[in-house]
Design a protein around this ligand. Structure first.
Ligand code: RTP
Ligand code: MG
Length: 147
C-alpha cells in the first residue's frame, strides 16, 4: 500500500494544530503508521530540502524548519501521496483553497503549516530520512474495507 511522509512544521506545532491535522487524515480514512515529535538538525534539514539548495529562500527555510519541534508522520492508503497534497493545498497559503489545511490555517508562504512528499520517489526518500523501519507499524483496521 502507498505511503507518504507528512510533517506538521514548527508553526503548526506552536499553534496547537497537530491534533487538527492528524484528525483530518484520520477522518479521510488513511492509516497512521508512524509519528513522532522531533527537532530537526541542520544537516537533516539541508538534506530533506536539498532540491531547493540554490533557491534564495533556502537559508530561511532551513532556519525555520529547525527553529522548533515538528511532528513527523508516515501515512498509508490508496493514492495517499497525491491526495494528501490536495488536502494540504497550494504551497502559498494565499493561493490555497478554503477547506485545505494551508487555505484554512496559513498566511505566509514561509510558514505554511505542513509538508508533504510530492511524488513516490520523494516519499520513499523522506520516509527513510526521518524514520527507521522499526518505527513504522503495519497493521490492518477492520474499518479499512469501508474506505
Ligand atoms: P513542502 O516541500 O514544504 O511540502 O512545500 P511544497 O512542496 O508545497 O513547496 P516547495 O516548492 O517544495 O517549497 C518548499 C518550501 O519552501 C518554502 N518556500 N518559500 N519564500 C518563498 O518564495 C518560498 N517558496 C517556497 C515554503 O515553505 C515551501 O513549503
Ligand atoms: Mg516540496
Amino acid at each position: 500500500m502507498e505511503k507518504t511522509f507528512l510533517m506538521v512544521k514548527p508553526d503548526g506545532v506552536q499553534r496547537n494544530l497537530v491534533g487538527e491535522i492528524v484528525s483530518r487524515f484520520e477522518k479521510k480514512g488513511f492509516n497512521l503508521v508512524g509519528g513522532k515529535l522531533m527537532t530537526i538538525s541542520k544537516d537533516l534539514a539541508e538534506t530533506h530540502y536539498g532540491e531547493h539548495k540554490e533557491r534564495p529562500f533556502f537559508g530561511e527555510l532551513v532556519d525555520f524548519i529547525t527553529s522548533g519541534p515538528v511532528f513527523a508522520m508516515v501515512w498509508e492508503g490508496e493514492n495517499v501521496i497525491a491526495t494528501a497534497r490536495t488536502m494540504m493545498g497550494a504551497t502559498n497559503p494565499a493561493d490555497a483553497a478554503p477547506g485545505t489545511i494551508r487555505g484554512d490555517y496559513g498566511v505566509q508562504v514561509s510558514m505554511n503549516v505542513i509538508h508533504g512528499s510530492d511524488s513516490p520517489e520523494s516519499a520513499e526518500r523522506e520516509i527513510s530520512l526521518f524514520f527507521d523501519e522499526k518505527e513504522l507499524n503495519n497493521y490492518d483496521k477492520t474499518i479499512s474495507k469501508w474506505v
